[in-house]
Ligand binder design. Sequence first.
Ligand code: UD1
Ligand code: UDP
Length: 372
Amino acid sequence: MQKHFFVLVGTRPEAIKLFPVINRLKAETNATVTVCATAQHRQLLDQVLKLANIVPDVDLNVMTANQTLDRLSARLLEGIGAVLDNVRPSRVIVQGDTTTAMTGALACYYRRIPVSHVEAGLRSGNIYAPWPEEVNRKIIGTIADQHFAPTKRAAQSLRRENVPKDRIHVTGNTVVDALLAVKSIVDSDPRLVSRWDGIRANQGNRRIILVTCHRRENFGAGVLNIVEALQEILRRQDVAIVLPIHPNPNVFDVLSSRLSNHPRVELISPQEYSDFVSLLSLAYLVLTDSGGVQEEAPTLGKPVLVMRETTERPEGVEAGTARLVGANPSKIIEETVRLLDDDDHYLAMSRAHNPFGDGRASERIVRALLDA
Ligand code: UD1
Ligand code: UDP
């Protein structure tokens, strides 16, 4: 029987983590796929959709500058609800923990449409970190009837919340599928291989520290602390920082005003996913508060210092590929210097395996979607 899947994508990480599922599902003859871009992110989402050759069937274009969570949620709930009334899919697929995913699940619940949740079961145990993502995930978990947990630990968290065992599938994280697909393109395209020759030439043989920062719980004091730590690290002559700045004005304004014009800082605009993967390959180590980057770096053997107090992805810390440093300047500096100066420590962190996936998550997810 033909099944009609409705896939919601709102932000950059949702598009990166869902394009392997969307493209695989579209190749199935007994599946109809409607892709709805909410455009909670505009430019960042479009960059990924273009790279993945996905043209959304519906585009809600909801993003406004410096949007508040309540206004964004209200616009999404109404917009998604109206489209669902029109399209009437048999099942909706949401990913992760964004406002798009949460309001999408809620709009389905109001219409009794079943929801499949990709990247289900991540929990930090603290509703304010990540904020508001921890609660978004719990809401989606309550509504969904099919949960694609990336790891065994995520599946166990769902079991503790009484989700029935037969509704949980341990699949791996689709980010590894996306990364490996794009990495093979990067490695075989001379333009992408040489993409960062300019920075290489500018910075000589300095080691590259790749930095990303955008989380709401780091706005204000957190971002200022991170800048303070970066400025201290930059006193060393043997490192350069490359920082693609997130367009959110709460981080963009602080980072660009305090870090520009330093000879060893390369402040760049948000990169296309293929260029970012190429940059990640070039980096010596990664300082980030991103969820996705935490999951990608170990696949490329890059140690990650996570600039959060807690993480809903502890598997990286347990595997030895990541360490939590918070937005705490002395911890950020201490752990960065240790990775730069202690080769054994660096090798131990860069050799650890990736606990997040094996590159076959989307295959498992599509099989389960067709069987549901
Ligand atoms: C959102 C997600 C977060 C995810 C992050 C990925 C929620 C609650 N948060 O956070 O989980 O980690 O995306 O990046 O869903 N902006 C642009 N252009 C863009 C994207 C954003 O200008 O392409 C600016 C806009 O001013 C926008 C602001 O960034 O209002 C914030 O975007 P929003 O999606 O609300 O929150 P993020 O902090 O990006
Ligand atoms: N990313 C990208 N270009 C950039 C920075 C990040 O393509 O300039 C990718 C990165 O590889 C990862 C994803 O964006 O897959 C992470 O998105 P983000 O950090 O915005 O959100 P989070 O993962 O924290 O939800």
